[in-house]
Design a protein around this ligand. Sequence first.
Ligand SMILES: [Zn+2]
Length: 116
Amino acid sequence: MTRKFNSILKEKCPKCEKGAIFSEKGNVFTFRSPKMYEKCPSCGIIFEKEPGYFIGALYVSYGLAVLELILSYLILTILNAPLSIIFIVLFLVLGMFSFFNFRFARVIWMYIFCKY
Ligand SMILES: [Zn+2]
């Protein structure tokens, strides 16, 4: 269980847990989007099993974003930040974590629905 969790955090292939899923992690500040390998570089399984396979990952991404926003909001209210600052920070948090959410949503999606 903890091994699987580690593989998810390291974005490794759900089958062999050795090959990387992403060739490029992406950078929000330089607008470079994350790039996925088509197949696992280690065991060769095809990550996108069928067209539209990753549409469901949008729900995971949404869940991650909501979680991040709730946590940020709680931290800011504990710090007694004014409402205008809270909105600005939440907007920045959404932007900063967008690529992170994109990657992890896909990884989590594959680990949930890939039985090898
Ligand atoms: Zn693999």
